[in-house]
Design a protein around this ligand. Structure first.
Ligand code: FES
Length: 189
């Protein structure tokens, strides 16, 4: 007597002309979604490294030239016109301005330093008694020229772009300065 179980064979019945297009469609859709996700993730990164600011400069008036005595550092606070609606109090910023007299070309010379510490951005204060800028957050110290004196900041204070127009000092509205995006770009050492 034959005790072997008869083998069974499964036969796939594929509908010709239906599955391959569906499979191809999902493969195509997966590729499209993958490419879209990659693009969405990559564009901001590329923009961070290669984008150039193209918006026109906005100038903020700091005061008449007579308001800046020679060799004195004045702190000027203002509402930054670059603010966003959600910035709130953080749109209030400041700069430290020092009139340095006339240059060899007879033009007025100013030192305009952003208030943001070059370490993590805390507002630095000017201490005329010691002739130093000091950061309250981690003890960063800068000389009156804005150069780094001590502490964690990796560099000196950021210099703002300024101009004299109609007898008044104006500065270009400063964005938040970073090591990779300073306020004066290639002009700054
Ligand atoms: S933020 Fe100024 S020393 Fe850290």
């Amino acid at each position: 007597m034959d005790t072997q179980t008869p083998s069974t064979t499964t036969v796939k019945h594929e509908c010709p002309g239906a599955t391959p297009p569906r499979r191809a469609f999902f493969r195509w859709l997966t590729g499209l979604l993958g490419a879209t996700a990659t693009g969405l993730l990559t564009l901001p990164i590329l923009g961070y490294f290669f984008a150039r600011r193209t918006r026109p400069a906005m100038w903020v008036e700091m005061g008449a030239l007579a308001d800046f005595p020679l060799g004195e550092t004045r702190t000027i606070n203002f509402d930054n016109p670059l603010r966003q609606p959600w910035d709130g109090m953080t749109s209030l910023t400041g700069v430290h301005v020092r009139y340095q007299g006339q240059g060899d070309d007879g033009k007025e010379q100013f030192l305009v330093l952003a208030a943001n510490c070059a370490h993590l951005g805390c507002p630095v204060s000017w201490f005329p008694q010691s002739g130093l800028f000091m950061c309250p957050c981690h003890g960063g110290v800068y000389y009156e020229t804005g150069e780094r004196a001590s502490g964690p900041p990796p560099r000196g204070l950021f210099h703002c772009v300024w101009r004299v127009k109609d007898g008044k000092l104006e500065i270009e509205a400063p964005h938040y300065p970073t090591l990779h995006d300073t306020l004066t770009g290639s002009l700054e050492s």
